[in-house]
Design a protein around this ligand. Structure first.
Ligand code: C5P
Length: 222
């Protein structure tokens, strides 16, 4: 049976996950947040005291680890070795750790396998950095979502502040730029626009506008 798939890639804080959730709801697809999986591996490295540059140690730890996704009222829950870590991975620190461990080939191989498996059995909208290029090369629609770094920093600042987390906007912007640089310049599966992806700059669009245009693009594509 053919399953539909939409790939969303782009830099940190472009609004990928918020938009993908809306689209998933509308189309009744499963939303797969692949960044959460790399964040969980970052957490694993911290817990086991493994430096992200120790590729072999990291590879061995990841091989043993049980990373699984479950869905509760269509909200993705991520489990690391049986423990629900969905909330623990949302900090800026976890994002940095994720980007550091995501450079490792062994980490990526295992995550990509799990992601491909999910797409084989469901209609999915998946967001990340290598979805259109590596995970779902035959996706029905690929979108490369960007926004100005200042705009992304402002959105992240607002999101964290609303959650009661104190933060500094300049610092957030600096972190975002550093993380993008690292993601775009790694050797394995760097962040880049797939040739056949539609580029959408959403700096001056609302979340709803972006979601609506993705749905329209998908309907045109299939
Ligand atoms: O999307 P999110 O900010 O949660 O991703 C955290 C980090 O995980 C990214 O900065 C990136 O290094 C890594 N990642 C990746 N490939 C993906 C998704 C995320 O390398 N498909």
């Amino acid at each position: 049976q053919k399953h539909y798939s939409i790939a969303i890639d782009g830099p940190a804080g472009a609004g990928k996950s918020t938009i993908a959730k809306l689209v998933a709801k509308e189309l009744q697809f499963i939303y797969v947040d692949t960044g959460a999986m790399y964040r969980a591996i970052g957490l694993l490295a911290v817990k086991e005291g493994i430096d992200s540059n120790e590729e072999e140690l990291l590879g061995a730890a990841v091989k043993k680890a049980d990373i699984s996704l479950k869905y509760e009222d269509s909200r993705q829950q991520i489990y690391l070795n049986g423990e629900n870590v969905t909330d623990d991975i949302r900090t800026e620190e976890a994002g940095k750790m994720a980007s550091a461990v995501a450079k490792a080939k062994a980490v990526r191989e295992k995550m990509v396998d799990i992601q491909k498996g999910i797409a084989e059995s469901s209609d999915v909208i998946m967001d990340g950095r290598d979805i259109g290029t590596v995970v779902l090369p035959f996706a029905d629609l690929k979108v490369y979502l960007t926004a100005d770094a200042k705009v992304r920093a402002e959105r992240r600042f607002k999101e964290l502040t609303e959650k009661g987390i104190s933060c500094n906007i300049e610092e957030i912007e600096k972190d975002i730029i550093a993380r993008d640089y690292q993601d775009m310049n790694r050797a394995v599966s760097p962040l880049k626009k797939a040739e056949d992806a539609v580029a959408l700059d959403c700096s001056s669009m609302t979340i709803e506008e972006v979601a609506a245009s993705i749905i329209q693009l998908f309907q045109k594509a299939v």
